[in-house]
Design a protein. Structure first.
Ligand code: SAM
Ligand code: SF4
Length: 352
């Protein structure tokens, strides 16, 4: 199997060009954006097999020695916050709970950058058993992915019958003081008719629900622009049960647009990545589980920070690679362009 067949893009070994870059420590790009939000994927493994993300058999395993270690992650997170202006760190995957050393990763990062919020995106399976330890280690917030509260639909969509474990995980996260727990739901044709039930459940549980338009990042390459459920279609479905009042985006860099539900104060969010793209305010920078820097979900350009770390690079040298990677960030994803080509890595291999 070639690297490309495994979904691993060709990696740049040359340092990225810094031509024309202003003299600033921050992660600026050519389009006036500054990255402040770091997404750190820590594994490609997962307990579910969501059809819009993973292949049925799971992703090809990353060899253990290619995964970033706890110390490497802590060093990179520390450097990103202290040298590059990152203000929030989110751990993702694959499923971050699969890593047995997740608590040590959180604790190490919290000790190194105690004032920086540390968040996690999780599918919630088994969260009930770990959430108190994670909160003690320094986790500040959690987003749980849940697309439906119908058990049969959940099992079909994720190829696993684990709805009850996810619901218990969400309740446990609130009980552990990680409020507000945000729930992320990918918009799918199969679960659209249950969207209002999911919103009702989240309102009753005090969770903030956000729907996300499906992106062409599925391992099965089934995504098609003509089939995807749009934000507008969702709002029609929810509008039949609830009164929705648009409140927009409180923070211009936040991807979710929000609507008050039945006069508020509860809201529902919609992340319309495809039909109302927000690339011009994107503030993300990404690190994959095998130690590659990516400036955009959709760009195959990666820079190998693991190799630099293990070759003995100094913090300054790594910071320079990171600044160059972001300076060369694309303007946007171009999903609507005729010549759009999905990236080689799929969502589970990048980290959403
Ligand atoms: N396993 C964790 C989870 O599911 O929350 C973290 C990793 S998952 C890749 C991160 C987020 O990406 C989840 O909210 C998931 O629903 C979302 N996601 C996965 N595939 C997607 C796709 N094709 N389009 C839009 N969102 C997607
Ligand atoms: Fe796993 Fe999350 Fe991908 Fe679902 S979306 S298969 S839970 S990584």
């Amino acid at each position: 199997m070639t690297l490309v067949e495994m979904g691993i893009p060709t990696v740049r070994s040359r340092p990225p060009s810094l031509d024309g870059r202003p003299d600033t420590p921050l992660l600026v790009d050519r389009f006036g954006r500054t990255a402040r939000d770091l997404r750190v994927s820590i594994t490609e493994k997962c307990t579910l097999r969501c059809t819009y993300c993973m292949p049925e058999e799971g992703l090809p395993p990353i060899p253990q020695h290619e995964l970033l270690t706890v110390d490497e992650i802590v060093r990179l997170v520390g450097l990103a916050v202290e040298e590059l202006g990152v203000r929030e760190v989110r751990f993702t995957g694959g499923e971050p709970l699969v890593r047995r050393d997740l608590e040590r990763i959180i604790e190490g990062c919290h000790t190194r950058v105690p004032d920086t919020p540390l968040a996690m995106t999780t599918n919630g399976v088994g969260l009930v058993h770990r959430v108190h330890g994670l909160a003690r280690a320094g986790l500040s917030r959690v987003n749980v992915s849940l697309d439906t509260v119908d058990r049969a639909d959940f099992a079909r969509l994720t190829r696993r019958d684990r709805l009850n474990s996810v619901l218990a995980g969400i309740k446990a996260a609130r009980a552990a003081g990680l409020a507000p727990v945000k729930v992320n739901a990918v918009l799918m044709r199969e679960t659209l008719s249950g969207a209002a039930d999911l919103l009702r459940w989240c309102l009753d549980e005090g969770c903030e629900l956000r729907f996300i338009e499906e992106m062409p990042l599925d391992a099965d390459h089934e995504w098609a622009r003509a089939n995807m459920v749009t934000a507008a279609q969702l709002l029609d479905v929810l509008g039949a049960r609830f009164t929705l009042t648009e409140v927009g985006r409180p923070d211009p860099a936040a991807p979710a647009e929000r609507w008050l539900v039945d006069g508020g104060p509860a809201t529902v969010g919609v992340i319309a990545t495809v039909t109302r793209k927000f690339c011009d305010t994107c503030d993300r920078t990404r690190l994959t589980a095998d130690g590659m820097l990516r400036s955009c979900l959709f760009s195959d350009e990666e820079f190998d920070v693991r190799a630099a770390l293990r070759a003995g690079a100094t913090d300054d040298e790594i910071a320079t690679i990171w600044r160059g990677a972001m300076w060369n960030k694309w303007a946007g994803h171009g999903i609507d362009a005729d010549n759009f080509v999905p990236p080689e890595r799929t969502m589970g291999a990048i980290g959403g």
